[in-house]
Ligand binder design. Structure first.
Ligand code: ADP
Ligand code: G6P
Length: 469
């Protein structure tokens, strides 16, 4: 087994397989913020990524990608049902996102969560060189740092939470709250997207575990665990050059023509997830059509909603509701060859997404709660001519970095409609000024800056940050 000085542990590997036209198995990058964030960094240094290859059954061989060794963790159908679909995505995910859907608690899911965390931790322990750095990602694996510390006290262990971390009033609901906190405290550095999340975590360590804690340092046993906010980002330069490439520009022109060359193209790109505010947005658009404030011919909506967690009950129900509503809106307001909403429930490659971003003069990113939201950042990076209005929910982590966006509260339907109208009516100078400021911010605060700041805080020698960023 090949050992590495740097090991990333995440629920999934950064790839999905698909079948090529000739019937061969092809690997492509999987959608989702975590993968989008980490993938560009690891290309720079020999590293190992421990994760699931996306299919149940025995571990699959995944080829190394851009020099990163892929180590696949086997998961059975039952493991996926109880750990991933159960505890991770029906208990923790809704609870961490303001309980916008009711979290579900089952004791057997907790058993599975422990077991699978143990499996990932053992894989990482076996793959890490003496003294290596292991960086554990996200809510699926909150127990891994604690288990790893037991197995390999020589390691430097990082943990990063990509999703929000809830206030004590919500977290206290969890039947196994103490174990989950203790698991995270196995790390040397616990990172969050926002300072508020770090504060919530520290408060909980005091309240649940009776520890001495500030928002930056927590004392446990004979160690100090550091805590901090490290807002994740994207590979800005890469998105800029993709969006400016002749192929993407040509594709965007073609898309705009296919959409009937309307005055406004309102775009949304989400995983099909109830946290993303898709239903509220559809309702706002439909009411604007109904009141005559906009006409389909002038303001077409494109909703990309890539399938996600499709066996989880709340996700199935959401998809049905969304599709019914899209059908209703198109039935009521569309004409032959002229639908009001272009609904795309499919994954796309990055060039196609970039072309969509370039077509849209209005980007509506209106989650009810989101750790960061990288789609908002990808849109900004793609607007290389400084045009385009970003309508952004106050409840996305990205809002803290983009005060120049057209900010909205997606729970307030009239407010959301008003902000969409503001964005459509805005003077070009105003739009341009806002977009320029957001792009400047993103050039400095890109994915490398994120990784550098986290890794410097984790490994104070600076060696790792120098190698990777
Ligand atoms: P989340 O992490 O909740 O999925 P983010 O907005 O942070 O939300 O990240 C979503 C990532 O998935 C982005 O990098 C985006 O480009 C990618 N993505 C979204 N929709 C698609 C799609 N239809 N096809 C491929 N990638 C997608
Ligand atoms: C969010 C989570 C990631 C997850 C991604 C896609 O970004 O923070 O951990 O990978 O959504 O979701 P999925 O369930 O398809 O992995």
């Amino acid at each position: 087994m090949r050992r590495s000085a740097f090991v990333v542990v995440a629920h999934r590997l950064p790839v999905d397989d698909s079948i090529a036209p000739d019937g061969a198995c092809e690997w492509r990058r999987s959608p989702g913020g975590l993968v989008s964030a980490l993938h560009p960094i690891l290309r720079r240094s020999p590293a190992t990524w421990v994760g699931w290859a996306g299919q149940t059954g025995p571990a699959r061989q995944v080829p190394d990608i851009d020099g990163v060794h892929m180590h696949s963790v086997p998961l059975s159908t039952e493991d996926i049902a109880e750990h991933y679909e159960g505890f991770a995505n029906a208990t923790l995910w809704p609870l961490y996102h303001d309980a916008v859907e009711q979290p579900v608690y089952h004791r057997r899911w907790w058993e599975a969560y422990q077991l699978i965390n143990q499996r990932y931790a053992e894989a990482a322990a076996a793959l890490a060189e003496p003294g290596a750095v292991v960086w554990v990602q996200d809510y699926h694996l909150q127990l891994v740092p604690g288990i790893l510390r037991e197995l390999r006290p020589d390691l430097t262990i990082g943990f990063f939470m990509h999703v929000p971390f809830p206030p004590p009033e919500l977290f206290m609901q969890l039947p196994r709250r103490a174990e989950l906190l203790r698991g995270m405290l196995g790390a040397d550095l616990v990172g969050f997207q926002r300072a508020q999340a770090a504060h919530n975590f520290a408060q909980l360590c005091v309240k649940v575990l009776g520890l001495q804690a500030s928002d930056r340092r927590i004392a446990i046993d004979d160690r100090i665990v550091r805590v901090g906010a490290f807002p994740v980002s994207i590979d800005t330069a890469d998105m800029e050059s993709l969006a400016a490439s002749p192929a993407v520009v040509a594709r965007a022109r073609r898309l705009r023509a296919d959409l009937g060359d309307p005055k406004h193209v309102i775009l949304s790109v989400d995983r099909m997830d109830y946290t993303k505010g898709i239903e509220q947005r559809l309702k706002a658009y439909s009411e604007l059509l109904d009141s005559g404030q906009i006409k389909v011919r002038d303001a077409v909506m494109v909703q990309v909603a890539v399938p996600s967690r499709e066996r989880v009950e709340q996700y199935k129900a959401l998809r049905e509701r969304v599709e019914r509503e899209v059908g209703r809106i198109n039935g009521e307001y569309g004409r032959v060859g002229e639908p009001a909403i272009h609904y795309l429930n499919q994954p796309f490659d990055r060039a196609e997404l970039a072309a969509l971003y370039r077509v849209a003069n209005i980007m509506a990113v209106t989650p009810l709660r989101d750790g960061m939201n990288l789609v908002a950042k990808e849109y900004v990076a793609s607007r290389v001519d400084d045009t385009g209005a970003l309508v952004l929910s106050e409840f996305a982590g990205a809002a803290a970095e983009f005060p120049q966006a057209y900010l909205c509260n997606p729970h307030d339907l009239d407010g959301l409609k008003a902000v969409l109208m503001d964005a459509m009516k805005a003077a070009p100078d105003d739009v341009e000024e806002r977009m320029r400021a957001m792009r400047e911010h993103l050039r400095v605060h890109d994915i490398r800056a994120w990784a550098r700041s986290y890794l410097l805080a984790l490994d104070r020698t600076g060696g790792l940050a120098a190698r990777l960023t």
